[in-house]
Design a protein around this ligand. Structure first.
Ligand SMILES: Cc1cc2nc3c(=O)[nH]c(=O)nc-3n(C[C@H](O)[C@H](O)[C@H](O)COP(=O)(O)OP(=O)(O)OC[C@H]3O[C@@H](n4cnc5c(N)ncnc54)[C@H](O)[C@@H]3O)c2cc1C
Length: 218
């Protein structure tokens, strides 16, 4: 469980931005996992509970020599048509309102210039005369912002790491080593890891109790 490093020069500008979103990890063009919740931009990429669990997929995709990318939907509760209709309504503002200003209060302020740039819309352009393609691109990016993933944060940053003593080398009833009697394992020492949500602490406590009880009896 660790953050993702994204391939984009915008990351430093977004450091600390938090927002609700649905995020999907893609292997080439195929979505392999989608999670929703609060995401957080970091200096070099993306973190937050829905993102942390994607590190394993990224590792698997990169190990197979394939490209990984992340897709961020900032409006997971809305269809693309609803986002489009909402933007069209917003952009009909009277007066000289720029595209950038028209998005204030809809998405995080620091995301606005980055997203407009990514979809080729001049943030200073009057929102009422954007080309149709500009609006279309904006809807696409708001509902499916695709960013290449270059890797994961380091082992030191990880909340939980995969690997450890293989489960088939441990007696499941006692958590004693099948190879060396009198040696017991618990928690992250064992090749067991779970998603965010307390599963890893639960595993550490439960396995610790089992291993400790049987170690004391042995
Ligand atoms: C920032 C962060 C946030 C997390 N949040 C969550 C969460 O919200 N929910 C969740 O389920 N999990 C979470 N985890 C994961 C969870 O904390 C771990 O999976 C769990 O603590 C593992 O328990 P453990 O007993 O196996 O190892 P540890 O908790 O790492 O305990 C190992 C202990 O051994 C000690 N030790 C190491 N070497 C020696 C030595 N040579 N001699 C004596 N002692 C030694 C260490 O100091 C440490 O106290 C988080 C982890 C991190 C880092």
């Amino acid at each position: 469980l660790t953050g993702l490093v994204l391939d984009g020069s915008f990351t430093k500008r977004l450091k600390g931005v938090r927002c609700q979103a649905a995020v999907s990890i893609l292997r080439g063009e195929r979505i392999v996992r989608t999670e929703a919740g609060e995401i957080q931009f970091t200096e070099d990429g993306l973190s937050g509970i829905p993102v942390l669990g994607m590190a394993r997929s990224v590792h698997e995709i990169h190990s197979a020599g394939e490209n990984a990318s992340i897709q961020i939907n900032l409006f997971p509760e809305w269809s693309a048509a609803q986002v489009s209709a909402h933007l069209a309504e917003r952009f009909r503002m009277p007066g000289d309102v720029s595209a950038g200003d028209a998005l204030v209060s809809l998405i995080h302020k620091r995301l606005i210039p980055v997203l407009l740039k990514a979809c080729g819309v001049d943030a200073g352009r009057n929102c009422s005369n954007l080309p149709g393609s500009g609006l279309e691109n904006l809807v696409t990016i708001l509902t499916g912002w695709r960013i290449p993933v270059s890797g994961t944060r380091s082992w030191n940053d990880a909340q939980v790491t995969a690997g450890g003593v293989a489960v088939d080398e441990i007696r499941p009833q006692t958590l004693e080593s099948a190879r060396l009697s009198g040696l017991f394992f618990a928690g992250e020492l064992i090749d067991v890891d779970g998603d965010c949500g307390g599963y890893n602490l639960q595993w550490a406590w439960s396995s610790g109790r089992v291993a400790g009880t049987h170690a004391a009896r042995s």
